[in-house]
Design a protein around this ligand. Structure first.
Ligand SMILES: Nc1ncnc2c1ncn2[C@@H]1O[C@H](COP(=O)(O)OP(=O)(O)O)[C@@H](O)[C@H]1O
Ligand SMILES: [Mg+2]
Length: 293
């Protein structure tokens, strides 16, 4: 542990209710960034049906072994959420709590990757989060994750199901432990070209941030390299290492800076200080009943 013998590790949860927004990619990049920063890191895949993060970590282990490259690999758990083994959902949720408890007692960070759909485990994982990161792609379809938006000009019609879920889990966490959740919305797959859509999405997100209670972080641009590394289990942070055989170009360097910015955002403002403007008692609904975005 970095902060002294008795401090616990931080739980970072990647969650939203939409597939394909970049949760697993971000989880892996963040885990590697934290390890390269000298932290001990566990990864937990509760999207066990898809198992993307589990395969990513396994590919990394195999690549490192096969090539004889020294790569930091997180301590990984694939948390099976199916109840076919006879365990009830409640029992499994208790096991998830126990797993988070054990890992945070030993390690600096636990990065948890959630499925892109609502289920009791994804919901419960939010309540375990010191930091919740929700990647959204740059389109009004994805903003639907955060609020119902419609009309011309676009207006907020009400909170989304996911925003309500996060609010409920903030309540649950505050009730159980008194702790807060630092909710980060990460713009992902940003176009490198400026467009009216990009600007409008940005303005809307800025306005939603204070209404719903999240921090907005400009994340990653759309880059081919993010799609190329899964099979080797690599991240853009590994490209300089000998044996990875991918030469670094300008886009890769920019991608590395984007990861570092996310890392700084995650570490810079912890759950203890964040979210102070959104009291746990104020549901997003009351704040969002009307008004142009
Ligand atoms: N910034 C990016 N640029 C290009 N492709 C990306 C980027 N982020 C994610 N992807 C790709 O988008 C797809 C979905 O990403 P993934 O991390 O699996 O999303 P999720 O876990 O939310 O379902 C994958 O093919 C991934 O390689
Ligand atoms: Mg995924």
């Amino acid at each position: 542990m970095v902060d002294g013998e008795y401090s616990r590790g931080q739980v970072i949860v990647l969650g939203n209710e939409k597939g394909g927004t970049g949760k697993s990619t971000t989880a892996m990049h963040l885990a590697v960034a934290l390890m390269r920063d000298g932290h001990s890191v566990a990864t937990v895949d509760i999207d066990s049906h898809q198992g993307t993060l589990s395969r990513y970590v396994e590919n990394r282990r195999q690549f490192a072994d096969g090539k004889g490259v020294r790569l930091p690999v997180p301590e990984h758990t694939r948390f099976d959420i199916s109840t076919s083994g006879g365990e009830s959902v409640e029992q499994k949720l208790e096991r998830l709590d126990a797993l988070a408890d054990t890992l945070t007692s030993r390690l600096d960070y636990v990065v948890m990757d959630c499925p892109g759909s609502d289920n009791p485990f994804a919901r419960h994982a939010i309540s375990l989060a010191d930091v919740l990161i929700s990647p959204v792609n740059d389109s009004f379809i994805d903003l639907d994750l955060l609020a119902r938006i419609g009309g011309t000009p676009p207006r907020v019609l009400g909170p989304s199901v996911y925003s309500q879920t996060v609010w409920e889990q903030k309540q649950e966490r505050a009730r159980k432990t008194g702790a807060k959740i630092d909710w980060i919305v990460l713009r992902n797959r940003l176009s490198t070209l400026e467009s009216r859509n990009k600007a409008n999405v940005g303005i809307t997100l800025d306005q939603l941030a204070s209404r719903i209670g999240f921090r907005l972080v400009d994340g990653f641009h759309e880059r081919v390299i993010f799609r190329q590394l899964f099979l080797q289990g690599l991240t853009v942070l590994d490209l300089r290492d000998e044996g990875t055989e991918i030469s670094l170009n300008l886009s890769h360097v920019a991608a590395r800076q984007e990861i570092r910015r996310l890392l700084e955002a995650v570490k810079g403002e912890g759950a203890a200080t964040a979210d102070s403007e959104t009291p746990a008692g104020a549901p997003p609904k009351a704040d969002m009943a009307a008004g142009p975005v």
